[in-house]
Design a protein around this ligand. Structure first.
Ligand code: TLP
Length: 353
């Protein structure tokens, strides 16, 4: 009866591994605002090396990384083109407006995957009437579009054409290592054309805290100033960076397991009456299920699942998200399917009781 909780709310819930905790304990530290933390410096150097870029900056969160990049690339009064479900547009506390003074210009794309043809009509140059476009931002994998991935030709094409139009391109690559696994391409191949890349250490890679912002030396220096403006100048941050080093060196090797578990979960869920999900579209570690045929809202389902030790969030009343990660194994996924089946076959209208 005392089964462990199956937490499918997000890959942000992952706990540091014993190796990470050991490295954190043993980390050599210094004051990183003085650039004197050897462990932070090592993490930044390794990230830059892995992405084959001039520099990488350790930031406390993905949100800070994205927003620092937007600030560096844009000027007040410009527009930032992104997909309608983009994290920068939906989940970052309107900071594109509040901090950078820019208007997000969301564009809808099937499966969250923009193309230059979809972007081009919204690109605006100098005009007496309309705000100028300052930046294009892509998200790979696309979280709210169900962990979908950008085919390399499409993201390369967007970067080339944006650059030809004089526009920088930022990548919200919170889960870029999941994209590398799904596409069988290296992180260098997937990101080399972007002007800046943010990726998270604290999601599927399992570190407790932190993200990286990768780009040119000049971009790094500017982003460092913005990080400080945002209060993200950390001191003995080596205790965090130590876990980050293990996250980038070791964790990408096991992400295929999370993807296989997500597929397994999707296949099981697809067989439950009232649930709609296309397992073929589940290519990384995120899946969305349409629960509108169950007679319950996603929020009601979420509460009932939680009572049985399975955690998953409702996103809209009709949709739920589940995310696989290193702290949920195949048995946990099987249990989630079984518990959802039981929850939905029980009495729905408890209000009459
Ligand atoms: N995503 C979180 C929530 O904020 C939705 C999650 O549970 O998935 N970019 C993308 C694509 C993200 O999914 C997230 C976090 C971020 C940026 C921000 O990262 P943090 O949480 O470190 O600020």
């Amino acid at each position: 009866m005392n089964q462990p909780i199956v937490d499918l709310r997000s890959d942000t819930v992952t706990k540091p591994t014993p190796a990470m905790r050991r490295a954190m304990y043993e980390a050599e530290v210094g004051d990183d605002v003085y650039r004197e933390d050897p462990t932070v410096n090592r993490l930044q150097e390794r990230a830059a090396e892995i992405f084959q870029r001039q520099a990488a900056l350790f930031v406390p969160s993905g949100t800070m990384g994205n927003q620092a990049a937007i600030k560096v690339h844009t000027r007040h009064g410009q527009e930032v083109i992104c997909e309608q479900r983009a994290h920068i547009f939906n989940f970052e506390m309107a900071m594109t407006a509040a901090f950078s003074g820019c208007l997000a210009r969301p564009v809808w794309a099937e499966d969250g995957i923009l193309t230059w043809d979809l972007i081009a009509p919204y690109v605006r140059g100098r005009s007496d009437h309309r705000a100028r476009t300052g930046l294009v931002s892509l998200e790979n994998t696309s979280n709210l579009a169900g962990g979908s991935v950008y085919p390399l030709e499409i993201s390369d094409d967007i970067c080339d054409r944006a650059h030809a139009a004089g526009l920088p391109v930022h990548l919200d690559g919170a889960r870029i290592f999941n994209a590398t696994v799904a596409l069988g391409r290296s992180v260098v191949e997937l990101t080399r054309k972007f002007d800046s890349v943010m990726f998270c250490l604290s999601k599927g890679l399992g570190a407790p805290v932190g993200s990286m912002l990768v780009g040119s030396k000049e971009f790094f220096e500017e982003a460092r100033l913005v990080r400080k403006m945002l209060g993200g100048g950390m001191r003995q941050a080596g205790v965090l960076a130590a876990a980050g080093i293990i996250a980038i060196e070791e964790s990408p090797k096991r992400l295929h397991i999370d993807h296989a578990n997500a597929k397994f979960l999707a296949q099981g869920l697809a067989e439950i009456p009232g649930i709609k999900i296309d397992p073929a579209k589940v290519v990384t570690n995120i899946l969305f299920l349409d629960v509108s045929g169950t007679g319950l809202t996603s929020f009601e389902i979420s509460t009932r699942l939680a009572a049985q030790g399975v955690l998953a969030n409702g996103v809209t009343p009709e949709t739920m998200r589940m995310v696989t990660h290193c702290d949920v194994d195949r048995d946990g996924c099987a249990r989630a399917v079984q518990v959802l089946r039981e929850v939905l076959s029980g009495p729905h209208n408890t209000t009459s009781a």
